[in-house]
Structures are given as C-alpha cells and as structure tokens.
Design a protein. Structure first.
Length: 276
C-alpha cells in the first residue's frame, strides 16, 4: 500500500513547517509541498532539500487552497498512490496516525478518514470518542482520501478558492453514498485562526479573529454552497455561523469596519456569482 502526504504552504512559519514535515515524513512513502506564492522560496528550497522523500511544487502565485489540494491529488495519481493525506502548513500529526488509519481503510464506502483534532489554543478540545463515528463534515487537515475517488472526479472546487472547500467535498461525497469516518485517535495538533476567549455575563465566547480577506471568502462561499446544494441542514448551519461571527466581530474583534465591509461584499458577490 502506498500513501503520500501533501502540505499546502503560503508564507509558512518555517519552524512549524519543519515540525510538520518531521512528524509525517516517516509515516508515509512521500511528502509533497505545494506552495501558493510564498516569497522566500530559497529558504523553502533549502528545507525541502534536507529531506530525501520530500518534493516541492511552486505555483508562484496564490491560486487558492482548492487548486493546491487538487495538485496534491494529481501527484497522488501520478505516483500511483493508493491514498493521500492532506495537511495545513501549521498542523502537526501525532506519532502513529497513519498506522492507526490503516486499521480502518477497509470500512464500507470509505470517502475520507480523519482523527480527533487538538487545537493548540484551546484548553477544551474535541470530546474523546471510543469508537469510529460517521461525520457529516470534516476538515481538510489530516484527511486521508482514496486516490481512486479523486480520479473519479471528487476533486476540490477551485471556484471556492479558500474556505469551505473541504465541506463542499464532504457534501458531494456523502451525496454519492460515501462515508466520512472519524477514528478514536488524537491524530493532529492544529490552530484555527487567532483564537481569543472572552467572558461576558458569565458566558465564555470564543472568537477566531480571521482577517477581512478570510471573512470575505467565508461569507461568499456560504452563499455559493447554498446555491449549489440548497438550504439544507449543513448550509443553514454555515449561514447561522456566519451571522454569529459577524455579531462577535462587532462586539469583540478589531478592524470591525474593514471586516464588516468584507462580509457585505461577500454577500453581494455570492449572490451575483453564477455556479453553472
């Protein structure tokens, strides 16, 4: 069985990226980095050259997370890999993750495998599970996908650019009868934005403090997914979540005006966008 891992980079923290590569390189047959237009390519080249089984694909511009993920999938096809793992640049897998996944790859109608994630910035993380559970949605990082499904056409929608590209794929896989499994294993350390915790009237409120750039795509892509799949349970949750993010932005976050303008532009562009 051949498994490759792909990491998408964009102006990475090199210390964290090295930690990321070190954690996964001994668990898979090959690692591919796809860089989305970072400037310090000499430093990235030097890092990659220090490993025997790591390669780098340079895109020289930011083509979006979906394009980069598709390039990882194409590399898996070219290398005749059976499965490929996708990772964010600041996510670090735990020892034994791939070995743990191999215990579950024969599960019926496998679309994606993932594990329990632990956020570095939160003291209370995902509740531990003791058996495999089927999920409606799972994030890209640490997802293991059969390469055959990618070849069948289950690719990432490049129109989304960034944000919710994973959820779009999740919905399409489930609609086709495939299942998303989360295994009972703490497999990944990651960070979701610049998390800050606030306390108001006895309640704890968590904000992710995404940039205006990210807020635009988060909002726009919710509208695009509603157009694509209709207002179902998943897209309704996305919509309510976006409204909640804006309320928390107005109360707690900095750059309120800039972020709010980005949200409104996301709504307008999403409504104008033709999905055909």
């Amino acid at each position: 069985m051949k498994i490759i891992a792909g990491i998408v980079t964009f102006y990475p923290n090199f210390e964290r990226l090295k930690e990321n590569i070190d954690a996964i390189v001994t668990q898979v047959d090959h690692v591919i980095l796809v860089d989305n237009g970072s400037e310090d390519l000499k430093k990235l080249d030097a890092l990659v050259e220090s490993y025997k089984q790591v390669d780098l694909i340079k895109l020289f511009e930011n083509k979006g997370i979906a394009f980069a993920l598709n390039r990882i999938g194409k590399f898996a096809v070219e290398e005749k890999a059976d499965y490929f793992l996708t990772l964010d640049q600041d996510s670090v897998v735990m020892p034994g993750l791939i070995a743990a996944y191999q215990n579950y790859i024969d599960f019926p109608n496998l679309g994606l495998l993932n594990s329990i994630h632990q956020d570095r910035n939160l003291s209370d993380n995902d509740n531990p599970i003791t058996e495999v559970v089927e999920k409606e949605l799972m994030r890209t990082s640490a997802s293991l996908m059969p390469t055959a499904l990618f070849e069948e056409g289950f690719t990432y929608d490049e129109r989304l650019f960034i944000d919710k590209v994973d959820f779009d794929l999740n919905i399409r896989l489930r609609q086709a009868g495939y299942k998303l499994y989360e295994i009972p294993y703490y497999g990944l350390l990651h960070e979701l934005g610049d998390i800050k915790t606030h306390h108001i009237l006895g309640f704890k409120v968590v904000t992710y403090n995404h940039s205006a750039f990210r807020r635009y795509y988060i909002t726009r892509n919710t509208i695009l997914l509603i157009k694509k799949f209709g207002l179902n349970r998943n897209t309704f949750v996305f919509l309510i979540g976006d409204i909640g993010k804006e309320v928390k932005t107005l109360i707690f976050e900095e750059d309120k005006i800039k972020k709010t303008k980005a949200v409104f532009k996301g709504w307008i562009d999403g409504l104008k966008f033709k999905m055909n």
